[in-house]
Design a protein around this ligand. Sequence first.
Ligand code: FDA
Length: 394
Amino acid sequence: MTHVDVIVIGAGAAGLMCAAQAGYRGRQVTVLDMGKKPGRKILISGGGRCNFTNVNASPANYLCNNPHFVKSCLSRYSQHDFIELVERHGLQYHHKTLGQLFCDNSAQDIVDMLLTECDWAGVNIALRSEVLSVAANEGGYLVQTTQESYQCQSLVVASGGLTMPKLGATPIGYQIAAQFGLKVFPTTAALVPFTLHQHDKERFAALAGISIPCSITSDNGTSFKENLLFTHRGISGPAVLQISSFWRAGQSVSINLLPDMELKTQIQQWRETQGQKSLKNCLASVLPKRFVEILYDSNLLPDANVNQLTHRQIDELHATLHAWQIKPNGTEGYRTAEVTLGGVDTDELSSKTFEAKKAPGLYFIGEVTDVTGWLGGYNFQYCWSSGFAAGQFV
Ligand code: FDA
């Protein structure tokens, strides 16, 4: 039996940040992870360059059953604090788009930075240590792993969500929450591509790899203006990943394929300048040609010159291209999702310390909690913020 002050389950973004903070306070900390390497999700994130935060991060960028929950931790450790840490370690980074910050070199830089922080703070990281069970006792918590038993005063659950099972995702965090009587919201894959019904899949198969800037809207009116990407299985790209967090099975999404154009005005201009040209050719100047051809083959566009279009046809075109309705068959699920929606109810936790109100000494941080950020570095920022917050109290 090994005695330590703090056990952190999970050497991911949230767990490593929390461990370093607690270590700097003089706490003796051990991080347990079943993987061979720490920070495995960080390493694959952002296409290997880790979109580590977003300069615009604010509580409005998070889905949570208690929308106020993240306010406290984001204000106490913000994106600017993390950027300051990155700069202090001399990491090179760049702004890509929409406030997203990426490493110039590789996501490994972020992992190395966190490991350096943990090293300076005297944190011990035990890899290949799967947590099998947890029990409360007089001294705090008893943690049984495949390697060893640990006794700790504070137990931090930073075991992440269910995405990417190949990278060691397990439901242990939800199980521990349930064991101590904490409510856990049902989980589902989010920031995930949509699969299409067979007829749409066949119809759009030839478009795999084609990307279209669009604005996409969910049933509840949430909207994102980003790119849509056709894939062999359905539709993806940042627009689709973003809206997937707001989509529920059976619903449609509405896609404005010409978000920067008013089609009726454009048709009027085409009529004045190139009235004899086919609508198909005109549209191919503002949309990918292959996509236009498929809309034609599906009888969604009239086979006419622009100056032959009737008012009714123009209204229909307007609806088709400004509010194209797609009903996904489902999502690709946890296998390819970036995050897990749902999780440990934040009402069960202190927003200041992340300690469970019903279980003193037990903390939940990062993705295991019911907090899901938009695509764009917001999820890591929540990991840094929640990890930092808990690290001051464990
Ligand atoms: P995380 O899942 O990182 O860590 C949990 C750890 O717990 C794992 O290492 C696991 O092995 C361990 N564990 C689980 N069960 C255990 C057990 N029983 N015993 C021991 N250990 C156990 N976000 C973002 O902001 N910017 C980005 O660029 C990206 N990109 C991205 C790409 C891809 C492909 C994915 C899948 C996800 C992203 N994300 C992202 C999301 C981001 O990766 C995610 O929000 C964080 O990694 C969550 O960090 P956590 O520390 O909460 O859990």
